[in-house]
Design a protein. Structure first.
Length: 121
């Protein structure tokens, strides 16, 4: 996976509303197609925010929302990293403090995600 595939250029990795979809394969070989909802840089890392599109994908939500009007329970944030060979990969965020900082940043930047989604419809 290459950042160029998401429509980003050079070091210009500013918050944006992206409508790209990517195919992901989990460790069990299951395929998922996720929409890249938002991208940003924070704390020296690059992140992508995905919205689950099926109930099967709700299991991957790592940031929950308290919006009763939303059709999704939350969103998925993953860090862009590199594997041993230098290829870009998506990394699960396991550190709760990092995840909380990311949640606060996303909500500050775009408001509550559920409200943003309702305006887009």
């Amino acid at each position: 996976m290459d950042i160029k595939d998401f429509g980003f250029q050079g070091d210009d990795f500013l918050p944006s509303r992206v409508t790209e979809e990517i195919d992901l394969v989990d460790e069990k070989g299951n395929n998922y197609q996720w929409e890249v909802f938002y991208s940003f840089s924070q704390m020296g890392n690059d992140y992508l925010v995905f919205l689950p599109s099926t109930e099967q994908e709700f299991q991957f939500v790592n940031v929950e929302m308290d919006d009763p009007d939303s059709d999704v329970p939350g969103y998925i944030v993953m860090r862009i990293g590199q594997d041993e060979s230098g290829e870009e990969i998506l990394e699960e965020i396991l550190d709760e403090d990092e995840l909380e900082e990311i949640r606060e940043y996303v909500e500050d930047e775009i408001g509550l995600v559920g409200q943003f989604l309702n305006r887009e419809e």
